[in-house]
Ligand binder design. Structure first.
Ligand code: B12
Ligand code: SF4
Length: 482
């Protein structure tokens, strides 16, 4: 039996790139470890408000046999700091890192010698095999889907690991009471993978085959979750919730039949919904839906390989509103080739679609995405310091062909103002809050929203963080202070 400490490192910057989100990858890994008789403990530095020193203190106290980290690219600089702190305490503790950065950039992940192994794919089975190796049986070479530093210091990638085909076989994520009280929403993963190839997205790089849990299995997890920690809104982490409409229908039918009155939110694509499905989602408790629009005109949709049309965007946003859902639309501005006309098209499209909420992000070449690859090849990336990928500064890290970084920030700033400073947008945002039953959340978010407006006013960073609808800026900071 091994004792494993699993850690989500502290957020890198003030704009933590989202919300207080459950480190669900770690929770899945912990579940598999516990199911096989190991002991796993999760330290989520975001919700625990833990610094690198706090994590080091925990390592000193609990002396784990193995130390695991999860990180997207923007979290990687802090993951390296944490890994170094562990090695300073005891260099013999194996340190393994998983998550998006390890999947897409294992060599980069291992560029800091404090990390011993990168998990290149799913981690539930890989960690068990690693424990066998570190327990004395077999060698790292035999563990599929990892990368490690060989004796000559060179990174060795082992053969690829098959993605888990039958997701129902995975034990439900391990959560703990204190953390669950803090999260604004509970996160659930109904399916894994996405077959689309949007060029700005990491998920498109490994063309993961979509695999589904059965609706019954998802509901069993949710029932258990509510039984243990009380009822809360759910957020489906699935890349595209309605990727298979039949699955979405079956899931909603089940919720309606069982009359569980669960409130939930999800993200999907404008080409994969219709009125019947959207109405059924609403009847099954869905309160809001996030559409990734990501561009402002057909030229950009095509360049981005979005595989959607402007018309589909109009039709689906309208249908979602008509179904009674609060609608969020995400936009990305500042692809290297974009002209000021393109940016104006994005602003016009946002206003024309008229969702309840719109978020405008600055195009960022996240490692793993085709945008990263092409920008790197064309020497368009201004910074490889991952801490700068958080959009915190409001400056782009891409070389823009048709404008300066400052001009782009101003367009993003203008997009927010022109979208929200319309009487109907204000009314809509209010009705969005009402539909989501979020009056308390609104009250809590107000001071942070005022801070955000002030920030925009100072032109410090026009990017509104809070990637999950329930988590407007401020909610997570409030919780961190707890
Ligand atoms: C839902 C989601 C979110 C949610 C919540 C995420 C969360 N709970 O942490 C929200 C909306 C908050 C969010 C925010 C952001 N996200 Co996001 N997100 C996702 C999404 C769609 C699903 C993540 C998920 O739940 N996966 C399911 C779990 C089970 O998988 P997993 O986390 O990968 O974990 C498995 C393995 O990686 C491995 N593993 C992971 N950690 C560890 C650790 C150990 C020790 C081991 C052994 C194994 C292991 O085992 C796990 C089980 O198999 C992914 C896309 C994707 N399909 O991965 C993007 C994705 C991860 N996000 C991305 C980005 C860019 C962001 C933001 C920066 C966006 C922004 N501009 O604000 C922020 C950053 C947040 C952060 N943590 O730093 C990128 C990351 C790209 C990159 N190179 O880093 C992705 C890949 C999508 C994309 N656009 O490219 N995100
Ligand atoms: S943006 Fe969405 S649809 Fe496109 S590849 Fe990424 S997860 Fe898939």
């Amino acid at each position: 039996m091994a004792r494993v400490l699993l850690v989500q490192p502290p957020p890198a910057t003030r704009n933590k790139g989202g919300s207080l989100a459950e480190p669900i990858g770690l929770e899945y890994v912990a579940a598999m470890l516990e199911a096989q008789g190991h002991q796993a403990e999760i330290l989520d530095a975001w919700i625990d408000g833990a610094s690198v020193e706090d994590i080091a203190a925990r390592v000193r106290k609990s002396k784990p046999d193995v130390f695991g980290l999860t990180a997207t690219s923007i979290l990687m600089p802090n993951a390296w700091k944490v890994a170094q702190a562990v090695k300073d305490i005891d260099p013999s503790i194996p340190v393994v890192a998983g998550g998006a950065h390890a999947i897409y950039e294992p060599e980069w992940t291992l560029s800091d010698p404090a990390i011993d192994v990168a998990i290149v794919g799913e981690g539930e089975d890989a960690i068990l095999e690693l424990l066998d190796v570190w327990g004395g049986s077999g060698s790292l070479d035999d563990v599929a889907g990892i990368a490690y530093r060989g004796t000559d210091g060179q990174v060795v990638r082992t053969k690829g690991r098959e993605y888990t085909q039958h997701l129902d076989r995975l034990p439900f994520p391990v959560r703990n009471q204190r953390h669950m009280e803090g999260y604004t929403l509970y996160e659930v993963v109904g399916k894994r993978g996405c077959p689309f190839k949007c060029t700005f997205c990491g998920a498109s790089a490994d063309h993961r085959k979509v695999r589904f849990r059965t609706p019954e299995n998802v509901l069993e997890e949710v029932t258990e979750l509510f039984g243990r920690y009380g009822k809360k809104k759910l957020y489906f982490n699935d890349d595209v919730f309605t990727i298979n409409k039949q699955w979405a229908h079956d899931f909603c039918d089940l919720l309606i039949r069982r009359d569980l009155r669960i409130e939930w939110e999800c993200q999907t694509r404008v080409d994969l919904v219709d009125s019947e499905l959207l109405k059924k989602m609403k009847a099954a408790g869905c309160e809001s839906v996030v559409f990734g629009i990501d561009g402002g005109n057909q030229k950009n949709f095509d360049l981005l390989k979005k595989a959607i049309t402007v018309e589909q965007a109009y039709v689906s946003v309208r249908r979602a509103r008509e179904a009674g859902l609060a609608v969020w639309c995400n936009f990305i501005m500042g692809y290297p080739w974009e002209t000021k006309r393109d940016l104006q098209d994005t602003i016009d499209l946002a206003r024309g679609l008229d969702p309840h909420f719109a978020r405008f992000f600055i195009a960022t070449p996240y490692p793993g995405s085709p945008l990263y690859q092409s920008s790197k090849e064309q020497d368009l990336i201004l910074s490889y310091d991952l801490a700068t990928y958080s959009q915190d500064s409001g400056e782009t890290i891409l070389k823009l062909e048709h404008m300066s970084s400052r001009e782009l920030s101003e367009y993003v700033w203008r997009a927010n103002l022109l979208f929200y400073l319309r009487p109907q947008a204000f009314m809509k945002a209010m009705s969005g809050y009402r539909r989501q039953g979020r009056w308390k959340a609104l009250a809590r978010a107000m001071p942070a929203f005022a801070e955000y407006v002030a920030r925009v006013g100072r032109k410090a960073s026009p990017v509104m963080s809070g990637a999950v609808p329930g988590n407007l800026p401020g909610e997570r900071d409030r919780r961190r202070a707890m």
